[in-house]
Design a protein around this ligand. Structure first.
Ligand SMILES: [Zn+2]
Length: 452
């Protein structure tokens, strides 16, 4: 009887080991492709090979050289003439939100009040349900080549942390996540549309409202209890709620725990407050002045560009039901010109910059990944050169996250996060909307390129 049990135990161990081998595949993989584009230098290696061992990049170079270092039995993936790139990084997203825009709304009405109502509908859902929405958004983002994302709030209490951990444990498929937990803010508009009898509990699961120094520090500490990676603060345009001292206390508390602080700041006064408090990145930054760009450059503060609403985004997602009047087309042209100047000023200033989709919208006919990938053409239509776009979602974004030692480049020692596109993204940035191959941690997530 005892022998029998031992035998079955042994069989179980062998079986488990066998499963493990099958799941992880060959420990060494050689990926070959026609081209490898390095966003850091803009150089293209043709043809190229990447040797991957235990999920990390071991060697990069011409196939003739790299191939000879691959051990016998290494798995080879030949991607033909495709272009290899580092896995894409979305520096600003909201995986646990999938807000549906009512088809009757136009953008002017939305920003006069309706905007918040749609958002509220999304946040009153149960936190558990939202994590499952997040699981779908995460899988779809990864499928489009986003191997790392920074999730900046609207996560229920700790939904993004739970999602991050489930992905890291291999329970579900998705990008590597930096989670911010609840965002720290003053309540402002959120309260206006809420039933006062319910407002408190709904908002408490979504946000930390802070009105003094102590509350600012406590909000950071409570987020740390949930094991967040980054602190997100939303500043009011008019400086209501969070003032200079509170902002400084939040940054101080976060930095003491070695966490970076990302600040949603749109108006000049909000941007100034974030700069002076020593924030690590400014999100959106619409009204930034040249003086402020200079101050950001000097302090090493990142500008995180979020081109979500550019190129008539809302018109596009409501297009099936609304025919645009010529006047709104003229408005669109004027705002495109404004965005062009905005992008040029950022590039000229020498400030460090990255880009984030800020995606939280349901885009009819597109997966979340395809919706997030619309940011590339938005940046390009605003005049950003293709190499800068690539940098903003690879090497620069990695630095913004503080993960430059792990991701953002196809270099020895980095995690094996790779994507491939069929054409040349430097010539046509929309190639990034059609990612054909995705690898994360050395594991193939997607491969639409013909096996050779
Ligand atoms: Zn956002």
């Amino acid at each position: 009887m005892i022998k029998m049990q031992m035998f079955s135990l042994l069989a179980l161990v062998i079986c488990a080991a066998g499963q493990l081998m099958a799941q992880s595949g060959a420990p060494v993989t050689l990926v070959k492709a026609g081209r490898l584009l390095d966003p850091r230098t803009g150089n293209v290696l043709m043809p190229a090979a990447v040797l991957i061992e235990n999920g990390k990049i071991k060697e990069v170079g011409p196939p003739s050289q790299v191939q000879s270092h691959a051990p016998p039995g290494a798995k080879t993936l030949d991607l033909g003439s495709a272009t290899l790139l580092p896995g894409l990084i979305d520096a600003h997203t909201h995986l646990l939100l999938d807000v549906v825009v009512p088809p009757t709304a136009d953008s002017a009405r939305r920003f006069n009040g309706d905007f918040v109502a749609d958002m509220l509908l999304a946040i009153v859902e149960s936190p558990s349900k939202r994590v499952l929405v997040g699981a779908q958004m995460a899988r779809e983002d990864l499928d489009s080549g986003f191997t790392t994302v920074r999730n900046l709030g609207h996560s229920g209490i700790d939904g993004d942390v739970a999602l991050r951990d489930a992905i890291n444990a291999g329970r579900i498929s998705g990008p590597r996540i930096l989670a911010s937990g609840r965002k720290i803010t003053s309540l402002g508009n959120y309260v206006q549309s809420l039933n006062p009898a319910l407002a408190d509990s709904i908002l408490r699961q979504e946000l930390f409202e802070v009105a003094n120094l102590e509350e600012g520090r406590r909000a950071v500490d409570e987020n740390l209890f949930y094991d967040i990676d980054v602190v997100k603060v939303t500043l009011d345009d008019d400086g209501v709620g969070i003032n200079d001292q509170i902002m400084s206390a939040i940054v101080d508390e976060a930095h003491r725990a070695h966490k970076k602080v990302a600040v949603h700041a749109v108006s000049q006064s909000a941007i100034q407050m974030a700069i002076e408090a020593g924030a690590d990145s400014i999100e959106h930054g619409n009204d930034v002045t040249d003086q402020q760009l200079k101050a950001m450059r000097e302090k090493g503060i990142f500008f995180d560009i979020t081109p979500t609403f550019w190129s008539g985004f809302f018109s596009k997602i409501t297009e099936p039901s609304i025919v645009r009047a010529p006047t709104s087309k003229a408005d669109l042209a004027a705002s495109q010109e404004r965005r062009g100047r905005f992008v040029q000023r950022i590039l000229k200033s020498g400030v460090k910059f990255a880009a984030g989709s800020d995606m939280c919208w349901f885009y009819p006919g597109k997966t979340r990944g395809q919706a997030s990938a619309t940011m590339f053409s938005h940046l390009h239509e605003a005049g950003m050169p293709t190499l800068d776009i690539l940098r903003s979602v690879t090497i620069n974004a990695a630095q913004l996250l503080g993960w430059q030692d792990r991701v953002g480049a196809v270099e020895p020692g980095k995690l094996a996060d790779l994507v491939a596109v069929a054409g040349d993204p430097l010539a046509d940035i929309t190639e990034l909307e059609r990612v054909r191959f995705v690898m994360k941690d050395g594991q193939v997530v997607r491969n639409d390129l013909a096996a050779r």
